[in-house]
Design a protein around this ligand. Structure first.
Ligand code: NDP
Ligand code: 8X3
Length: 260
């Protein structure tokens, strides 16, 4: 029987690539996000291309009741989730702490921490009942080292790191794997969202470097999810070759100058 993966935040970036790669490999997928047209388009594409079953769940992950109602729909349809990828998330703004926008802080905390908790609280009992499952949390290099003006975004990703470690301990007796994948800079809609649609500012982040792509992240998620049953990657950090970590980046032009 085909396995089913639930990917939060599948309307863009990593989530869309992860859903696509698993569908290509015969998994049924359950995709979530707020943008319904994008969910519907991806469902049609994946079902037509790969002949898998795609369930769409449109909800705002910050709204606990919406998350609960969406998972209730899965229960009614007796959909069993084998893999949960907690991917939905965002950065909003990049400001020094005394100038930060409190609404932005709340958006990041509500999405990246509370949203992840709401959906995990609904899916983990299903996995416990099944006696198997895999929860893959998308953290960040920002959850390993803080950077200037990253304050609240970094804090949310440090929280994802702590929650990953903690839920792995809690779920160990039930045969549920828990993995954190921590990417460095990757070109998606992430910076466009962070800088409120300022395309030039978003583009500048990736100028003169070759960032990770969403497909790179999907490949790593797929690797972790398809290891032998007794093997669990606990924590995996990946960066492009311009980055050593979240605070040390070398542009291609700087590399060329250093190599001279
Ligand atoms: P994108 O902006 O391309 O995708 C973000 C996804 O999250 C979208 O599908 C969006 O769906 C969803 N999302 C955001 N807010 C909500 C919400 N309130 N309710 C439901 N879904 C929501 O960014 P990425 O693919 O780059 O980011 C994915 C994850 O990876 C995030 O957790 C991010 O922090 C993390 N990350 C990103 C890195 C990067 O450099 N790109 C590096 C390291 C980690 P919709 O808008 O339709 O609701
Ligand atoms: C996203 C990567 O470096 O913008 O988590 O924080 S970074």
């Amino acid at each position: 029987m085909s396995k089913t993966i639930l990917v939060t935040g599948a309307t863009s970036g990593f989530g869309r690539s992860i859903a696509t790669l698993f569908a290509q490999n015969g998994y049924n997928v359950c995709i979530t996000g707020r943008r319904k047209e994008r969910l519907d388009q991806l469902k049609t594409l994946l079902e037509n291309e790969y002949g898998v079953h795609v369930t769409t769940l449109q909800f705002d992950i910050r709204q606990r009741s919406e998350v609960e109602q969406a998972v209730a729909q899965l229960n009614q349809q007796a959909v069993q989730i084998d893999i949960l990828v907690n991917n939905a998330g965002l950065a909003a703004g990049l400001s020094s702490i005394e100038e930060g926008d409190v609404d932005d802080w709340e958006t990041m905390i509500d999405t990246n921490i509370k949203g992840l908790l709401y959906i995990t609280r609904q899916i983990a009992p299903m996995m416990k009942e099944q006696g198997s499952g895999h929860i893959i949390n998308i953290g960040s290099t920002a959850g390993k080292l803080v950077y200037k003006n990253g304050n609240v975004y970094c804090a949310t990703k440090f929280a994802v790191d702590a929650l990953t470690q903690s839920m792995r301990i809690d779920l160990l007796p039930y045969g549920i794997k828990v993995t954190a994948i921590n990417p460095g800079m990757a070109e998606t809609e992430f910076s466009l969202v962070r800088f409120r649609g300022d395309e030039q500012r978003a583009k500048n982040i990736y100028n003169d470097v070759q960032p990770l792509t969403a497909d790179d992240i999907a490949g790593v998620v797929f690797y972790c999810a398809t290891l032998p049953a007794h093997v669990c990657v606990n924590d995996l950090t990946l960066t492009c070759l311009n980055q050593a970590n979240g605070i040390y980046t070398v542009k291609d032009s700087e590399k060329a100058a250093i190599q001279k």
